[in-house]
Ligand binder design. Sequence first.
Ligand SMILES: [Cu+2]
Length: 186
Amino acid sequence: MRKALLALAISGVALLGTATPALAHNVLINSDPANGASLAKGPAKVTLTFDQYVQNADVNQIAVTGPDGSQWAEGPVTVENNVISAPLRPLGPAGKYTVGYRILSADGHPVSGEIPFTLTTAGTGTPAKGDAAKAAGAPAQSAPAESSSSGVPIWVWIAGAVVLLAIGLTVALRSGRDPGPDKADQ
Ligand SMILES: [Cu+2]
C-alpha cells in the first residue's frame, strides 16, 4: 500500500514534468528574413513561424526598423495557425534592419523578440508612415503589459503539484503497517 501511494506521488511529479512544456510560451522556429541574414533585396513580406499556434489578437504586431530608424513593415498582420506575417515595403538604405515582433502565445501570454538582418544593396523604397504593422483595426493602446495575462501562471500548476505530492507522501507514510514511528514523528 505504501509503495503504491509513493508510486502515485512520483507519477504525479512525472505528470507535472510532461505538462510543463505544453504551458510554455510560443517559440519562434523560423523566419523570413532569417536571423542574421544578408540580403540584396528584402522579401515581399515578413513571415514568422512559431512552434505553436498564434492567437489572433490586437496584441500582434510586426515592425521592421531600418538603419535610420524608419519603419518598413505595413499592416495588416495576418495570422494563419502558427504563422504570422506582414507585408514589407521595398527597402531603402543599405545597412542593418531589425524585425521586431509581439504576438499572443497559444497559452495567452504576449511574446516579443527581434530578428536582425542586413540589406547589402540599397533599394529604391520609401519608409512606411505608421509605427508598425498591427492586427487589422487594432488601436495602438490595446497591447497589454508583459506582466498581465489571461493564462494560468505556471506557479499555480507547480503549487498544485507540490500540494498533491505532500498529500500523497503523508498518506503513504501514515498507511505504513507499523504506526509507532509515524506517531513518533508528530
Ligand atoms: Cu506563457
